[in-house]
Design a protein around this ligand. Structure first.
Ligand code: 2YG
Ligand code: MG
Length: 259
């Protein structure tokens, strides 16, 4: 799984604010309102404990400070524990955290100690980015393209099929594709069909996965993927709207899903 770098998290607040304004322009809804509708509840007065984890590749500078930024921006009280790992876990609970946020190289989770709810970043990210794509105001049909059927892509494809969208998908990994076709009933996207989409949810760790042949006159690309799947020249030439942000849209979805 692609690990974030400190560079990815530079100017995160302005990246996030810019994404929020694009989301509102292309869907007509604010990100927070989309999450309230998606998860059916609003933020309360939960206290968020953020625990730095040194396992694997270790601490990513400004990762936990970014999480604190988004918790406070959502109006929640938050703190980063002085200690890391288990000592940090103990400290967070001792100091009254209701929700714990922590990530190693394999999983990034939110755990609500009050109601027992537990969510992973890849599920919450897949759900919110596919939801944003599905709300494109200028969509020309209810057909939507999912590129990448790994953990994030699969979670989004599942969410979209549940919402009744006609989901087409592609992934170079045949096993991933057959699993999603079999379990979710989605359709394989074949470029020979020359089908064009006004809504694209891209969830790959690769660049330039989107080609001109895929996109309709008006198109929204929603992607948490780093590097960006939309080639700049294609985006400019076809005036594609792009919702792309490395962390905080997914974390917003995580926090709303466990309250
Ligand atoms: O506590 C720390 O600083 C580190 N243990 C955090 C490690 C996070 C590793 N995971 C990732 O970089 C991404 N999977 C996070 C989610 C990115 C979503 N676009
Ligand atoms: Mg990508």
């Amino acid at each position: 799984m692609a690990l974030l770098t400190p560079e990815d998290l530079e100017d995160l607040s302005s990246q996030f604010e810019e994404s929020e304004s694009i989301i509102e322009r292309v869907t007509g809804n604010k990100l927070a309102d989309i999450c309230k509708e998606l998860y059916g509840k609003d933020m309360g007065s939960e206290k968020v404990g953020i625990i730095p984890i040194t396992a694997g590749n270790g601490i990513i500078s400004n990762f936990t400070s970014s999480l604190l930024f988004i918790a406070q921006r959502l109006g929640l009280e938050g703190f980063i524990t002085q200690h890391t790992d288990v000592a940090g876990y103990y400290e967070a609970i001792r100091d009254g955290a209701d929700i714990l946020l922590m990530a190693d190289d394999h999983l990034f989770i939110a755990h609500n100690l009050r109601n027992g709810k537990l969510v992973t970043n890849h599920e919450a990210t897949g759900i919110i980015y596919s939801e944003i794509a599905s709300r494109f105001k200028d969509a020309s049909s209810n057909e939507i393209l999912v590129i990448g059927l790994g953990r994030v892509g699969y979670a989004g494809a599942k969410h979209l099929t549940k919402k009744g969208f006609n989901v087409y998908a592609c992934d170079p990994n045949r096993d991933f594709l057959e699993k999603a076709v079999h379990e979710l009933g989605i359709m394989e996207y074949c470029k020979e069909d020359h089908k064009k989409f006004s809504m694209v949810f891209e969830a790959t760790p690769n660049a330039n996965t989107i080609t001109e042949g895929m996109i309709a006159e008006r198109c929204l690309v929603s992607t948490p993927g780093i590097p960006c799947g939309l080639p700049q020249e294609v985006g400019r030439k076809h005036r594609v709207d792009l919702v792309m942000e490395p962390l905080l849209i997914g974390v917003t979805s995580m926090l709303y899903s466990v309250i």
